[in-house]
Every structure is written in C-alpha cells, then in structure tokens.
Design a protein around this ligand. Structure first.
Ligand code: G6P
Length: 612
C-alpha cells in the first residue's frame, strides 16, 4: 500500500518517476504526487490516479535529475489534494513521501502544534517531516542526523524518502516494516517500494532492512543502522525479473493476462520439484527441515485474503495425505489472541507479496514462541521470505492485477507439493500412490489450459448476471475454499455482494436469501461430495434460484438441473481446486468488465497491505 519511487543520477527524473508510479499504482491509487529539484524544491500533487497527476503537470516544464514520487492508499486523512504526498515541513525546505503508519503521530503533533507548527493535512506523514524540522531547529543537527533521531522517536511502520532544498544532491531513504529497494546503477540510484520500477534500468538491487537509513548521492551510497552504526558492504542482489512480465502483453487487463498465465505459472511452480515416475517430491527450500517435519505435532497456516483461502485448501490436502492436524488462521486475528504455540508446531505463512503487515506480525509472534516457520511467497526477496526459517517460492511471476489469480493457484500448487512432501517424509503415502498422484498433477497445466477454453461460454453467462446485486458461491470439501475465493473475486472487482459458503451450511442461513433473482454458483464436480451437492442444488432450484454449476466434463446429471453449467476436465479430487478456480476467476472478470469496473485497480483495495 502506497508506492514509493525515487531517482538520483544524471537523467531527467520526471519520466522515470512517472513510469515508476504507473508500475506501482497497484499498491494504491487514490492520489499521487511528485517532488523534483530544479533550482528549487518543487512539489506537485493531486487526488486521483497517476494519470490525473500527469494531466495536472502537463503544461509545466518538469526538469531535474533528482526527484521522488508517491501513489497513495489512504490511511490517515481522506484522499484529497492536500492529503496527497509529498508533505513538506513548515519552512518548505524539506519534503517527504511515506508508506506505512506513524502510530504515535497524535502526541507528536500536539507537541509540535504547541511549539507553533501549523499542519496543512490530516496525515501522520506530515507530522514526521515537521518533527525532523523541529529537531533541526532545536538541536542544530544536520539533516542526516535529524532524520535518524526523528525516526528513533516514532512508533509504527514506514518506508520514507526525504528531499531537502538545502541539500539538492541527497535523497534519504529509510525503512521499518514497509518494503524498500534501492537500484544501483552507474552514477545513479533508484529507490522504490518494489523492484518493478527499477528493473528496466538496472538489475542490481539492495533490499533495505528494517531500521536502516540510506543516504544516497549520485555516486555514493551510505547505509546506516538507526543506532548510527554503518552497514558495511550492503548485499547487492541480482534481480530475476524481466520487463515483459510487467506489461499487459496484448491483454485488456493484467488480471486477464494473469488468469491466462496459469498453465505456465503452475508449471513453473512444479518445475524441478516433482518426479512423477520416481514418485518423488523435492522441495529444496525446506530440505534442511526434513527431520523436523517428521516430528511436528501440528501445522498452523497464517495468511490474509486470497492467501488464506489457499491455506484452507492446504488444510484439506495436508490432513488428507500427510495426516498432520492443520489449523488455518487469519493472521490479523492470530496475532491478537494469545495463541498456544509450541516448538513442535510448524507455522506456514502464505503471502503473495511477502509484505503483508498482519502476516509478518503473526510470524514474529510464532517465532518468539519457538515454532518453526515456513513461508510460501511469490515475491522473491520480500520481507516474509527473509524472516521465515525456510520456505518455498511460488514462482508465479509478478502479479499486477489487484485481485489475486495466478498467485492463488501457485500457492495451492505449493501446498499440494508440501502435502505430498510431508506425507512422503512421514511415511504416510505409498510410493505407488505418489506415482499416481504426481503423474496426474503433472498434467494440471494442460487441464488448466483446457478449462480456459470455456472463456466465451463464461462471458455469455456473465452477461446474464452482470446486473445482479447478490451472489452465493457454494462448495463442499476442498471446493468450499474455492467457493470463498470465487465470491471474493466477484465482490472485489465487480462490487456485487457475494458470499462463499459450505454448501451444506446453506440451509442454516443463506437459503433465506434465495429467490428468483439470486444466482448461486455451485462447485459440483464428480468427487466424494457430488451426490450431496446435487441435493443442495435441488434445494436452490426448489426456491427458484438461478444455478450456475461448475461440473466435470461429460456430466449429465447436474446439466439437467442447473440453469448453466461450465465444464472443467476430470482430475484427481485433490487437484479439483486448481481447475475449479479458473472459471470463477473468468466469471468475476467478465462481470466486472461488463459493469464498467476498473478490474485491475478496484476501488479501496490495494495489492499489498503493509499496514495493520
Ligand atoms: C490484499 C490483496 C489480496 C491479497 C491479500 C493478502 O488484500 O488485495 O489480493 O490476497 O492482501 O496479500 P498477500 O500478499 O499476503 O498474499
């Protein structure tokens, strides 16, 4: 949430910053702003999208080879011009962009007001830059020191960049709890919330760690810890990211591109990890913990949003195959209970971005209590994979659409692999069964490809239901989390109220909602709960609901009952979630497009939630 980009070097900064803001817009898009140094410190900001900011400055000569930009997801203060970043100090000599929340901004603001500071916005961020100014005035410290001292006084999370009119060849960047990457070029540096704005200029990056402050000049980078000790030879990593991964590649939306990428992303996720003929799963990232896996008592999965849904699918798979008890927790709830965790627990944190604040906090808590922590993340080098003891990357490639699609199926794929891996280590599955399952799993990318072929048919169904106000999604077993995910996709991007429910629970509440206006989407594939789901479909039909059923290819029974069916290929019951999710993603996508919604940037949402 909130995207940050900065540049210092020899090129014009404006085009780099604007392009970077477009790349980061998935992180927040309710206002945007930019600061450039061109003989003086200049700040331009505007409520709305990055394109509104571009429009706003289109007649202004934007020059300068040092600058920074921000795209906002509002926390403190409604989206408006005055709450947009950058925020400036009272003397207008300093300006800041910030991602995160300064939790103790209230008392600091009161103290500063008492000292005569006047604030122009409702944000916590403005308080921080006034605090820096105040420290400079009171103590005479230079800017570097004043920023460092100010940061020791704030509680909360931040990634910040500061520019000063008095030191026009200096960018100061710092992080605690919010991501920040520095791109290292020849005589130039780039700063960003993630590597996407940097990759076209350099592949060499430094991931700033918590409590580090970077002082960046054109040919010179100094990183210090907040306690003022110097970070010796910061670790420069090479990015494994290609520019085309960040473009729409001919699709109308990133979401559609990402839906269509799933045969590839699932394949990439399995690559080098399964050996069907040998009945072997190999997960290098957690290999060191193989012995530990033999002795764990319980697995706790922590995650948020779509990742939590993947966790629920994982629960079915791990309990079914590895026979280890699994609990799936919302990270945001887990951290505020007093959960019972022991050294014999394995905690698996799932996160596409690897930056979600609640998931990070849940990890810290479980770590304190002695549990072993694995991560399942998509973004390589993000905070979560750097905090966990071990983990498995999903390798789905950058996911730009705010509604998660390919990351979900990749997470489910990794959980499937983990379930078999743990089962194999604990002797819970026979070699012949593993050969059978892995052989089938290996075909899933082609089956996903086949499921995608229903796109036109799904579009026709979408046209029938695009004006609905409510929608129910029902499934049983591991199709229940798929129903939850289908409902989440629809509500996120089309703003239709949608609920996912276990099909059998419908009669305890949601059935009251069913009338001749209500579409009900069933996952009714031929698996162990098929007959039961058929009864649930009849209950809906008896109340005149409209049934859209996801069925196994060739099904005739449900076809006779449902108003619309969407076929997916026959597969092993364990892998149905990987296929059944596809039509639900497409249904949500088409409905949202037909309703004229901004599919890639749905209102109020952000891709990566780095605040509580
Ligand atoms: C946000 C995103 C969701 C995502 C959730 C968890 O709400 O909009 O798509 O599922 O965060 O994010 P994570 O990066 O931890 O998977």
């Amino acid at each position: 949430m909130c995207g940050i980009v900065g540049y210092i070097g020899y090129r014009e900064a404006y085009p780099i910053i604007i392009k970077g803001l477009h790349r980061l817009e998935y992180r927040g898009y309710d206002s945007a702003g930019i600061a450039l140094y061109d003989k003086d410190l200049k700040v331009y900001k505007k409520a709305g999208k990055v394109s509104d900011l571009e429009n706003f400055v289109k007649d202004i000569e934007m020059h300068g080879s040092i600058g920074m930009g921000h795209t906002r997801w509002a926390t403190h203060g409604a989206p408006s011009d005055r709450n947009s970043h950058p925020h400036s100090s009272g003397n207008r000599k300093l300006t800041i962009i910030h991602n995160g929340i300064i939790e103790n901004y209230g008392p600091i603001k009161e103290t500063l007001i008492a000292k005569g500071h006047i604030f122009k916005s409702d944000t916590d961020t403005e308080v921080l830059i006034h605090l820096v100014e105040h420290i400079q005035n009171e103590t005479g410290l230079d800017l570097r020191e004043a920023v460092r001292v100010a940061l020791t006084k704030v509680i909360g999370a931040y990634a910040i960049v500061i520019m000063s009119a008095d030191e026009p060849d200096l960018l100061i960047a710092a992080r605690k709890g919010s991501p920040m990457v520095i791109g290292v070029g020849e005589g130039e540096y780039f700063i960003a919330s993630d590597a996407t704005p940097i990759v076209e200029y350099t592949k060499n990056v430094i991931y700033l760690n918590d409590n580090e402050v970077a002082y960046i000049r054109r040919g010179d980078l100094l990183i210090k810890n907040i306690d003022n000790t110097v970070v010796q030879t910061p670790y420069i990593q090479e990015l494994d990211l290609k520019l085309e991964m960040l473009e729409k590649g001919g699709y109308d939306h990133f979401m559609l591109k990402e839906i269509y990428e799933q045969p590839r992303s699932i394949r990439d996720c399995m690559r080098g990890r399964i050996y069907p003929q040998q009945g072997k799963v190999q997960l290098g990232g957690i290999k060191e913990y193989t012995e530990k896996l033999k002795n764990i008592d319980r697995i706790i999965i922590v995650a948020c949003g779509t990742s939590w849904h993947a966790g629920l699918v994982g629960e079915y798979l791990i309990e079914e195959y590895a026979r280890v008890p699994v609990e799936v927790e919302y990270a945001s709830e887990f951290r505020y209970r007093n959960p019972i965790i022991t050294e014999k627990d394995l905690v698996i944190a799932i996160s596409q971005s690897g930056e979600t604040a609640d998931t990070m906090a849940a990890i810290e808590l479980a770590k304190e209590k002695g549990a072993t922590i694995f991560g399942i993340c998509n973004v390589v080098g993000a905070s979560i994979p750097r905090t966990t003891h071990a983990g498995v990357y999903t390798h789905a490639g950058p996911e730009i659409g705010v509604a998660s699609t390919k990351a979900f199926t990749a997470q489910v794929t990794v959980l499937t692999l983990m379930a078999f891996y743990i089962a194999q280590q604990r002797g819970r599955i026979t070699q012949s069964k593993l050969v059978e399952h892995l052989t089938e799993l290996n075909t899933i990318p082609e089956l996903v490809e086949r499921a995608l072929k229903s796109n036109d048919h799904i579009k026709e169904i979408a046209a029938k239901f695009k004006d609905s106000t409510n929608c129910l999604f029902l499934g049983r077993g591991s199709s229940f989390p798929v129903a939850l995910e289908g409902a989440l996709k629809l509500k996120e991007i089309s703003y239709i109220h949608a609920e996912g429910y276990p099909a059998a629970e419908m009669k305890h509440g949601p059935i009251a909602l069913i009338d001749d206006e209500m579409p009900v989407v069933f996952i009714a594939t031929k698996d162990s709960s098929y007959e039961k789901v058929i009864s649930n479909i009849q209950e809906v039909k008896a109340r005149k609901g409209h049934v859209i059923a996801i069925v196994t290819e060739g099904d005739t029974q449900v076809k006779g009952m449902a108003d619309y069916v969407i076929e997916i290929p026959q597969t092993d019951e364990a892998f149905v979630p990987l296929l059944a999710t596809i039509p639900l993603q497409l249904l949500a996508y088409h409905i949202a497009v037909m309703r004229g919604c901004n599919v890639d940037q749905p209102r109020n949402l952000a891709k990566s939630v780095t605040v509580e």
